[in-house]
Design a protein around this ligand. Structure first.
Ligand code: GLC
Ligand code: CA
Length: 617
């Protein structure tokens, strides 16, 4: 019995001190990092950011009005969701003219003016490029329907397979639209053929077998490069080209539903070899243009919700690159409030390990298609996740408002406008609608959160705006999400965070520790407690060669520790609350946060004054 107890204790001791570790080195061959590697990319959903003319819809002038905020926050690039002419069935992803600005957003001059403003702030502008489909209101589609050359083959038209017992044409195969439970085919009476739409039936897929379509879309890319934008985020790339045979897709569960998109193996509709080739050509077009014009790098980012292997293939190879990076959605598609530290480490390690050699990592923690992080993981996890996205090696991407911890908004059925919610009907719409994550930016506690002067914005403002808003978080004399975020953004300018080696440890189910180290520079140590109980980490038993004392660079707002505090790494010397995190450094790092702070000057003065007063007291 005694022996057994002893053995048990030894085992316990062993497991208490064991921690799974994994490391990653940035491979930049001594080269200077490029602008897109050293910044956070801030995603703006233009309809919801800032309304300048009181029609309840955000616009380009509105974004320009508040552009100083990007600088204040410390982000170096802004990506705008589509701003092109569109009937707005899918809120801009149904483009009817790729080189015109939708009038609700403004004019091309408004875009130029915004670009100029951003330029003056040293902030890059990235636009959305939506090559898979157009709106059915595009002139191209209308001409295609009427059989006018060369538009006839601009879209993917197929003969019906036959007719059913009621004389109704049968779609060419069993493909289902990614948006709903309906076939990915719609019959057109005029052409007497079906056209393909991987998304909404009002968003017909372009046919990349047509050399005319290829040329048109190359011209679209060149048009925007000529407009001096700094990059493109390329929408829905897996669907660009279909398998040559247009054969049926296999069912995953033979007895399952035939109308369920998720019950089909998408071997015919996604990630075809020709798709990778097409994207490679576009990347070359972008690189050649950049070289010819001797301009800064124009970044090419792909969006693909697919398995890891196919996603990573969108990096291409060093000889034939495709994306500067394909968006890394793993944190939001494979993790949620159920996940423990091992799950987190697994997701992080897999991307870093399986990424092609020399490729650049990136981390997405929210966007206009997914639930907000505060809702998916719980509001207490906001700082933990923002810390991860920024201090992990690579580019961090932020969805507007996540820096404040904005939450999904409940949108009633009668207010629902997202086509992905509408198709599900009143009973089920909540699970599929993306409206809740797209509600207006919460600027302050005035009517409609300062987003619009209209009585009614296009989507309701979250009723929590009176307390959860930017102004409140800037002026409050307590730590707030946005202040933590700003401190994190400043850390991204530090060489250790940009280029340092990465090592991750999971000393327990609830603890994640990772370090960034760089010769002749202070080390960053990030300590996270994602569990439900307070813990006392013993850092020196997890990370070797730590100095006895470390400094708190920043801390999640629920922490017991404050910025600048000194902590001992030897033994269990401090507590961490559930869902809290600390960014520690081996020497005290001072950052000058007042730089570039034009608009919110007074706010910061108040904050600084409060800090001074507090410290004096
Ligand atoms: C992408 C966009 C999404 C859109 C879809 C179709 O996934 O992010 O919002 O609905 O493509 O364009
Ligand atoms: Ca407006």
């Amino acid at each position: 019995m005694l022996k057994l107890l002893l053995l048990n204790n030894i085992l316990l001791l062993f497991f208490a001190t064991i921690s799974i570790t994994s490391c990653f080195k940035i491979q930049n061959d001594g080269k200077e990092l490029d602008w897109w590697q050293k910044t956070i990319i801030y995603q703006v959903y233009p309809r919801s950011f800032k309304d300048s003319n009181g029609d309840g819809i955000g616009d380009l002038k509105g974004i320009e009005e508040v552009a100083d905020y990007f600088k204040w926050l410390g982000v170096g690039a802004v990506w705008l969701n589509p701003i092109y002419k569109s009937p707005m069935v899918d809120f801009g992803y149904d483009v009817s003219n790729f080189t015109q600005i939708h009038k609700q957003f403004g004019t091309i001059n408004d875009l130029k003016s915004l670009a100029k403003k951003l330029e003056s702030l040293g902030i890059k502008l990235i636009l959305d490029f939506v090559p898979n489909h157009t709106s059915d209101q595009s002139v191209w589609f209308k001409k295609s329907v009427h059989g006018i050359e060369p538009y006839t083959e601009y879209y993917v038209w197929k003969e019906p397979k036959g007719t059913d017992e009621n004389g109704k044409p049968i779609p060419p195969n069993n493909w289902i639209s990614a948006f709903d439970v309906d076939p990915a085919w719609t019959y057109n009476e005029k052409r007497k053929k079906f056209y393909l739409h991987h998304f909404h039936s009002k968003m017909p897929d372009l046919n990349y077998k047509s050399p005319h379509v290829r040329k048109e879309m190359e011209n679209v890319i060149l048009f925007w490069l000529d407009a001096d934008i700094h990059g493109l985020r390329v929408d829905a790339v897996p669907y660009l080209i279909e398998a040559e045979d247009f054969g049926d897709e296999e069912l995953i569960d033979e007895n399952g539903s035939k109308n369920d998109y998720s019950n089909l193996k998408h071997s015919k509709t996604m990630n075809q070899p020709e798709t990778y080739e097409l994207l490679r050509e576009w990347r070359k077009l972008v690189d050649d243009y950049t070289a010819e014009n001797n301009s800064e790098t124009r970044v090419f980012i792909t969006e693909a919700y697919t398995d890891l292997e196919h996603t990573l293939k969108y990096y291409g190879t060093p000889e034939e690159p495709i994306a500067h990076f394909p968006f890394n959605f793993e944190l939001i598609t494979r993790l949620d409030a159920q996940s423990d530290s091992y799950d987190f480490a697994d997701v992080i390690n897999k991307w870093l390990k399986e990424m092609p050699e020399g490729a650049w990592p990136n981390w997405v923690i929210g966007n206009h298609d997914r639930k907000r992080i505060a809702t998916l993981f719980g509001p207490e996890m906001v700082d933990v996740l923002n810390t991860m996205v920024i201090i992990l090696p690579g580019t961090g991407i932020n969805y507007y408002g996540d820096e404040l911890g904005m939450e999904n908004t409940f949108v009633r059925w009668d207010q629902t406008v997202d086509p992905q919610g509408l198709v599900l009907g009143k009973k089920k719409y909540e699970s599929g609608s993306r409206d809740g994550a797209r509600t207006p930016m919460q600027w302050d506690n005035t009517s409609n959160a300062g987003f619009t002067t209209a009585d009614k914005p296009w989507l309701p403002v979250n009723p929590n705006y009176w307390k959860l808003n930017l102004k409140n978080q800037q002026e409050c004399n307590q730590p707030t999400h946005v202040k933590v975020y700003r401190k994190l953004a400043a850390a991204m300018k530090h060489p250790t965070v940009q280029k340092g080696d990465f090592q991750i440890y999971t000393p327990s189910k609830s603890m994640i520790v990772f370090t960034r180290t760089l010769d002749d520079n202070p080390t960053f140590i990030v300590v996270m407690n994602i569990g439900s109980e307070s813990v006392q980490p013993d850092l020196s038993s997890v990370v070797s060669k730590l100095p006895d004392e470390v400094y708190v660079y920043t801390a999640s707002i629920n922490s017991e520790q404050n910025e600048g505090d000194q902590l001992s790494t030897n033994g269990k010397t401090f507590w961490m609350r559930p869902k809290s995190c600390l960014v520690l450094t081996t020497s005290n790092i001072e950052v000058n946060l007042s730089e570039g702070n034009n608009v919110q000057c007074s706010v910061v003065t108040i904050t600084i004054l409060t800090l001074i007063i507090n410290s004096v007291i």
